[in-house]
Ligand binder design. Structure first.
Ligand code: NDP
Length: 240
C-alpha cells in the first residue's frame, strides 16, 4: 500500500537531511524544502519532490505543498525543522539578525503549520513535529535571542497540541541537544561560536543527526491515538 506524503523543511543538511533519508527509507514520498535546491537533490532520494522554498515565504510554501499533494496525496506528517542559530548576546547583536532569526525560527514554523493544518483537521489525521532545542527549555550563554525563538516553538507547539487533539492530529515537539550538523555555519559571532565549540568539546561532541531522525520516525510510527508529546534527545554527557 502507498504510504502517505511527508514534508521536511530544512532538508538540505543536518537533522533535516537525516530525517528525509529516514522517512524515505521507510517508504514515504517526501516533499523536501530548503533555499538551496541542489542540496536537496544531492540526497538522491527517488520519491522526493525537491523545492527551493524559503519558509518565510508562505505563498511559496503553499505552492510547493499543492504541487506535491497533487502527485502523492495529502501531507500526513510535517517535520518543521528549518532553523538558524546566530548566537550572540542581545546587547551586541545587530537587530537585523533578530528579524531573520524570528522570521525563520518562529514565523517560518507557523507558516508551514498554517498551510498543512486545515487539511489535517478536515481529515482528522496528521502529525506535526516541530524541531525546537534544549536552548528553548534552559538558558545557555550567547543563546539569548536563539533560545527565545525556541521557547516560542515550545509554547506554540503546546497551544497547537491542545487545539488539534480534538481532531486526532498530533503536534509534537522535539528538543535536541548538541547534534553534529552544519548549524555552526550560521554562527557568525566569533566569540559566541568559540564558547559553543568549547562546550561541545567538553561533552565529547554532538550526537549524530540520524538519532534525532530515527526518534522522530519512531514517534510518527506510533498509532495515531498515541502521542509522544515532547522528545528530549541529547548526548549522554550533556547533563545540562
Ligand atoms: P543545518 O544548518 O545543518 O540545517 C538547517 C537547514 O535549514 C538547512 O537545510 C538550511 O538550508 C535550512 N534553512 C535555513 N533557513 C531556511 C529558510 N529560511 N527556509 C528554508 N530552509 C531553511 O542545522 P541543523 O540540522 O542543526 O538544524 C535543524 C534544526 O535543529 C534547527 O531548527 C535547529 O535550531 C535545531 N537544533 C539543532 C541543534 C544542533 O546542535 N545542531 C540543537 C538543537 C536544535 P538552506 O540554507 O539551503 O535553506
Amino acid at each position: 500500500m502507498t504510504k502517505p506524503l511527508v514534508m521536511v523543511t530544512g532538508a538540505g543538511s543536518g537533522i533535516g537531511a537525516a530525517t528525509a533519508r529516514a522517512f524515505a527509507a521507510a517508504g514515504h514520498p517526501v516533499l523536501l524544502i530548503a533555499r538551496r535546491r541542489d542540496r536537496l537533490e544531492a540526497l538522491g532520494l527517488s520519491n522526493a519532490v525537491c523545492r527551493a522554498v524559503d519558509v518565510r515565504d508562505r505563498p511559496a510554501v503553499a505552492a510547493a505543498v499543492a504541487e506535491a499533494e497533487a502527485l502523492h496525496g495529502p501531507i500526513d506528517c510535517l517535520l518543521n525543522n528549518a532553523g538558524i542559530a546566530p548566537l550572540a548576546r542581545i546587547e551586541d547583536q545587530d537587530p537585523e539578525e533578530w528579524r531573520d532569526l524570528l522570521d525563520i525560527n518562529c514565523l517560518g514554523v507557523m507558516n508551514c503549520m498554517h498551510v498543512v493544518m486545515p487539511g489535517m483537521k478536515g481529515r482528522r489525521h496528521g502529525t506535526i513535529i516541530n524541531v525546537s532545542s534544549i536552548a528553548g527549555r534552559k538558558s545557555y550563554p550567547y543563546h539569548d535571542a536563539y533560545g527565545a525563538s525556541k521557547a516560542y516553538v515550545h509554547a506554540l507547539t503546546e497551544a497547537a497540541r491542545r487545539s488539534m487533539s480534538a481532531y486526532d492530529v498530533r503536534v509534537i515537539v522535539v528538543t535536541p541537544g548538541l547534534t553534529q550538523t552544519e548549524i555552526e555555519s550560521t554562527m557568525l559571532n566569533k566569540e559566541a561560536h568559540e564558547i559553543w565549540a568549547a562546550r561541545g568539546a567538553d561533552i565529547g561532541g554532538g550526537i549524530a543527526a540520524d538519532h534525532v531522525a530515527r526518534t522522530m520516525l519512531f514517534a510518527y510510527q506510533m498509532p495515531q491515538d498515541v502521542i509522544l508529546q515532547e522528545l528530549v534527545i541529547t548526548p549522554t554527557r550533556q547533563e545540562y
